[in-house]
Design a protein around this ligand. Structure first.
Ligand code: GLA
Length: 388
C-alpha cells in the first residue's frame, strides 16, 4: 500500500500521470450545486418586462418547477434606461418595469424564489445600455439594495487581453463581495479566453461557448465544446454551456437530449422558453426530477465522455451515493444501438447492476452490458446502481 502511494507520488512528480486539477475557487459559499431557474433572453430578447417576470414567477410556482428546484428568476439585457441618473446610478426602464427592479425583485422573493439581473463588464451592454466599467462598486451596491441574488456579467464593448478580462471580472467580484449581499456571480465572456483556466477563482459559473440557438446543430456544437472541460467543475464553480433551448423549437426528442446532456455535464439548468404558454410536454421535460437530481447531485462532478464512435456517445457521471448516471446520445438522425459496460462507466465488479431509465421510469437488471436502441438526435439515460 505504502509502496503504491510512493510510486504514485513519484509518477505525478515525473509528470507520468495527468491529474486534472481544479483552480482555486471563489469560495463565496453559493451555487454549491449548478444554479437552476429561468432567464428571459432566449425567448424574449429585449421585450422583457415586469409583467412577464411576474407571470413567469407565478408559473414556476404553479407548474411545480419551483418544487423541482427552479429557483432563480433572471432578467437579461434591456431592463435599463439608456443613461445613468445624475448621481451616476443605473436606472430601470420604468416603461417596462413600473415598480422598478426592486419592486420586481420583491415580488419574486414574495413567491419564495430568488432574483437575478444582467450587466456588462464593458462600457455598454450588448444591446447598448450603460455598462459597469468604472462603476463596479456603485452598481454592485445598487443591485444589493434592490435585492438582487444573481448577476450575469457580460462582455460586450470590452475586449482585450486575458489579463484585461481578469482585471475587469475581478473588479466586479470584489465589488459584489463588498456589496453586503450574497450574489451568485455568472461570468459571460463566451469562452473567448478559456475562462475555465482562470474564472473558478472569480465566479460561480462561466460561459464556455458563444450564444446557443434553438437548433439541434447549435446545441450539438455547444455540447462538444463544453464536454471536455469536466476537470474544472465542482461545487461553487461550474462550466456554463448557456441557457436551455427546451421548448423553443427543437423536437421533443432533441429537447430531452439537451436537458439530459446539460444535467450530465452539471450545467446550470436555466430554462429559456416561454413558461407561461409552455406545452405539457415541455413542462414535463423541464420538470423531470430524476434528471434534475443528476444535475444537482452533491458530489458536483461534471460527467465525461467515456466513448464516442461515429456520433454515438456514452457519457458517465459519478454520483454521491455511488450510482453512476449514463447518457447514451445519438448525434445522427437514424436510430442506432449504443452500448457500453458497467466497467467502462467506472463501476466495480458485481453480480448484477440495476438500470433505471430516467425518462420512462423502467427498471431492469444487467450483469454488465448497458445497451439500448436510441432514436436519432435522442438519448437514453440510466441511473446505474450496484457495485461501487
Ligand atoms: C450576449 C450574451 C447573451 C445575452 C445577450 C444580451 O450575447 O451571451 O446570453 O445576455 O448578450 O444582449
Amino acid at each position: 500500500m505504502r509502496l503504491r502511494a510512493v510510486l504514485f507520488a513519484v509518477m505525478i512528480f515525473a509528470g507520468l500521470l495527468a491529474v486534472p486539477t481544479r483552480a482555486l475557487a471563489l469560495g463565496n459559499g453559493l451555487a454549491l450545486t449548478p444554479p437552476m431557474g429561468w432567464n428571459d433572453w432566449n425567448a424574449y430578447k429585449c421585450t422583457v418586462s415586469e409583467a412577464l417576470v411576474k407571470q413567469t414567477t407565478d408559473k414556476i410556482v404553479s407548474s411545480g418547477l419551483a418544487a423541482a428546484g427552479y429557483q432563480y428568476v433572471n432578467v437579461d439585457d434591456c431592463w435599463m434606461a439608456n443613461s445613468r441618473d445624475a448621481s451616476g446610478n443605473l436606472q430601470p426602464d420604468y416603461g417596462k418595469f413600473p415598480d422598478g427592479i426592486s419592486g420586481t425583485a420583491q415580488y419574486v422573493h414574495s413567491k419564495g424564489l430568488k432574483f437575478g439581473i444582467y450587466e456588462d463588464a464593458g462600457t455598454k451592454t450588448c444591446k447598448g445600455r450603460p455598462g459597469s466599467l468604472g462603476h463596479e462598486k456603485q452598481d454592485a451596491k445598487l443591485f444589493a439594495s434592490w435585492g438582487v441574488d444573481y448577476l450575469k456579467y457580460d462582455n460586450c464593448y470590452a475586449g482585450g487581453t486575458v489579463q484585461q478580462y481578469i482585471t475587469r471580472y475581478t473588479a466586479m467580484r470584489d465589488a459584489l463581495a463588498a456589496s453586503g449581499r450574497k450574489i451568485v456571480y455568472s461570468i459571460c465572456e463566451w469562452g473567448v479566453h478559456d475562462p475555465w483556466t482562470w474564472a473558478p477563482a472569480l465566479g460561480n459559473l462561466w460561459r464556455t461557448t458563444p450564444d446557443i440557438q434553438p437548433s439541434f446543430t447549435s446545441m450539438l456544437s455547444i455540447f462538444h465544446k463544453n464536454v471536455g472541460l469536466y476537470a474544472t467543475a465542482g461545487p461553487g464553480q461550474w462550466n456554463d454551456p448557456d441557457m436551455l433551448q427546451v421548448g423553443n423549437g427543437m423536437t421533443a426528442t432533441e429537447d430531452r437530449a439537451e436537458f439530459s446532456l446539460w444535467a450530465e455535464m452539471a450545467a446550470p439548468l436555466l430554462a429559456g422558453n416561454n413558461l407561461v404558454g409552455a406545452s405539457a410536454a415541455t413542462l414535463s421535460t423541464l420538470g423531470n426530477k430524476a434528471v434534475v437530481a443528476v444535475d444537482q447531485d452533491s458530489l458536483g462532478k461534471q460527467g465525461r465522455m467515456v466513448s464516442s464512435t461515429g456520433g454515438l456517445d456514452v457519457l458517465a457521471k459519478p454520483l454521491a451515493d455511488g450510482d453512476v448516471s449514463v447518457v447514451l446520445f445519438n448525434e445522427n438522425s437514424a436510430a442506432a444501438t449504443i452500448s457500453t459496460t458497467a466497467s467502462a462507466i467506472g463501476k466495480s465488479a458485481a453480480a448484477a447492476y440495476t438500470l433505471t431509465d430516467l425518462w420512462t421510469g423502467t427498471v431492469r437488471s444487467t450483469t454488465g452490458a448497458i445497451s439500448a436502441s436510441v432514436p436519432g438526435h435522442g438519448v437514453v439515460m440510466y441511473r446505474v446502481s450496484g457495485g461501487h
